[in-house]
Design a protein around this ligand. Sequence first.
Ligand code: ADP
Ligand code: ADP
Length: 541
Amino acid sequence: SCGICVEKCPFDAIEIINLPQELDEEPVHRYGENAFALYGLPAPEEGQVTGILGPNGIGKTTAVHILAGEMRPNLGLFNQEPDWEAILEEYRGTELQGYLEELRDDEVTVARKPQYVDQIPGQFDGKTRELLERTDERGALDDLVERFGIEAVLDQDIDSISGGELQRVAMTATLAREADFYFLDEITPYLDIGQRVTAARIVRELAEEENRSMLVVEHDLAILDLLADNIHLAYGSPGAFGIITPPKSVRNGINEYLSGYLENENMRIRQDAIEFEEHAPRTVTSGQVVAEYPELTKSYGDGEFSLEAEAGQIHEGEVLGVVGPNGIGKSTFAQLLAGRLDPDSGEVDADLDISYKPQYIEIDQHMRVDAFLRSITDDFGSSYWKTEIAEPLQLNRVMEQNLTDLSGGERQRVAIAACLSKDADLYLLDEPSAHLDVEQRVLATDAIRRYTEIHDATALVIDHDIYMIDLLADRLLVFDGEPAEHGQASAPKGMREGMNEFLANLDVTFRRDERTSRPRVNKPGSQLDRQQKKDGEYYYS
Ligand code: ADP
Ligand code: ADP
């Protein structure tokens, strides 16, 4: 045990050198004796998008409360009234001096988008239009509504719209405000890739064209890369202390974070690097066929939405990534496969036990996490279950909490654990990455892969984080069409062919980082972008 994890190290680190230690200096803020302490602050800059990359529980929100003027930092002196002069003295000559002076003089206005948009319906009762109209301080509302594509939900009640719509409504509400400093706590959950790229472009424009300061927390690294001018890394021991580094270039910052070693800080934050293959893996479909289906069709109502799926086979032991825009029929297809919906034509030849994790996790049971998980599996508490499920999903710290008290990321991990704990042939996971930090995404990916392999089961994973899909999937099912009107599903394809088809639909190409081979989005119309499109190589080199 290294102190971070209660039991065995989920990173399999037998020997971690230089594990982050609390700094030998005064923190910016400490909540109380032996309570969480924050070292360092991010520095928002006019005309720039500043990113923060780090795990959950490391002090990002605390830092933002301080920068938003909602909390005066106590410099570690938690039993004294914080004093602006002492704070300014501490930051004299740093990038933050000017900012903090404005904050002291009450000259900073802040607009913020909360992390958990799922909570908005509980806080606001009424139509989307009513919520948005009171935010229109810049006169930019109509433009934002159009670009985020939310016209259709303006006259719907807030509590009836989907998570992806809520996310875009919340972004619109925040960016419509008149503020010097915009804080966006995760812009991607529940959005498809096209919507993620659009959101990133809108945030960038507000910085560049209106000279605003944007501060963004984001765990989808391909999008963070596209979005930010520079980033601060946050590391430490979640729940105990967090250290925010000085700004780094977005490329180096993400590379260092993935490598697990911060160069200037001389600090190892993870034992193993997260690495990407430059070439598509060879497609191996050696497992037995667990499901076979001919061409399938399904439509709802009077054909308001229709889906056509190409014939295909699904094998034992494989993880199938499912990619495509929202509203294109991915969940519908999953339900056809699960036998929960009958196709209009075609028949699924499979008798499968399915375990399903929906995209939006609604938990209203007043039950402790351990009791809930025990009710799902007899394996609960066995050493096998602990190693394969509880540890990689970092459940130890939440076992005694109530389901209703969990944060979004905790709820997600409990839901993934519950899904994998059921005895099934096919595990269907809809957006497991939502609200997980980078470490948790990688650990969840490993847990899903191992579990599928050991149990000769199959996993179908719908996700919009391209790095996670890359690390997770053996083959891809690609959906395309016109959202909310009609969708086509491809047969399962090899990664190279699947990524090419998917990204061609989106018109986005990726190059490889020279140092790390990490995929990076090309600038539209750049020489590489044009060349790769000509060659038909959108992702793998
Ligand atoms: P992040 O945004 O990176 O997830 P937070 O800033 O929300 O992290 O929280 C960092 C730590 O500070 C957590 O362990 C949290 O429980 C603790 N914390 C947050 N607010 C308070 C508070 N008012 N009093 C004591 N501890 C707090
Ligand atoms: P995805 O999973 O790709 O987001 P879905 O399969 O959930 O897409 O939905 C595809 C389309 O079908 C959407 O326009 C959705 O509103 C519609 N739809 C889904 N379920 C039903 C239903 N039970 N009745 C009518 N329309 C539905």
